[in-house]
Design a protein around this ligand. Sequence first.
Ligand code: ASP
Length: 323
Amino acid sequence: MQVKKDKKVVILATGGTIAGVAGNISKPHQYASGQLSVNQLTKSLDTRGVQLVQEQVCNIDSKDMQFRHWQALLERCHFWLNQNEVTGLIVTHGTDTLEETAFFLQTVLQSSKPIAMTCAMFPANVPQSDGPQNLQDALDWVLKTQENGVHLVCAGEVHDAVGVQKIFSDRSHAFASRQEASLQNDTYESKLDWPMPSVAQVLLTKHYPRVELIYNHSGADGQLVKTLLDAKKSAMSEANMESKQTSMTQGLVIAGTGSGTISQDLLKALEEAQKLGLWVARTSRCAYGVSDPDKHPSIPSLHNLSPVQGRVAMILALIAHAA
Ligand code: ASP
């Protein structure tokens, strides 16, 4: 591949299986995530003559990803994207919550440069290790793509950040795009009028809004919501309301059945939550689901966002709303 020598690509590493090590290489599923440094990950990378900048943002299993890790990653992405000589970014990440971080970065950065997130399903020191090829593919994609914004490059596939989801827990081809299988091509943005925050607003957020994810399921009676509301009511009546309020739930995203439907009892509890000022919205719990805006008009529909990406969208909207 021909690339200009003055190109610069930045790799921001956050951990995951791509940086994982198995204690016994004949047991590739028994390993610890986030063991290798970014410099170790890139040792055998063919840099294609580009200048590679490497930074370790954190080194964790992505099940433990927190808002503060997102803020640290966002700050580094924002910094590097603003350097003229930077062609694009690569973010290495665990597969478990990659779709949440991808949605977060895409929504806040709205970048005009390519950002490839990549990962692995097998740790770095086993014969099946898929990380090195994924990392090489991510670099190649950044250098040649005409696309902008956050994408996942994994197992020979490229997925848009919005809609990507981990659908297998033990295969190299672990991801699918929710939108691909949907008959509806509208984007969720065309259905939502939520504000989205700037990079500065997200970086300045001290206590990110608590948004819980709740499933509709057989027997869903809204008890969990009622318990949350009782806690909220008692916090509201206490003197130190302000400090208590920061840890109180501000929003609920429902993983609805089918086209985003909700049991009668859960619906009643959610409407009560709305009266107390909580934001409530619906998604579909089906892997390729779309929630129908006409089903329960009192609860906004997040269209084809997955429950976990819908939760991130609500967190961001609440940050923008409060700013
Ligand atoms: N538990 C790992 C993580 O998300 C899984 C992976 O990376 O595949 O960090």
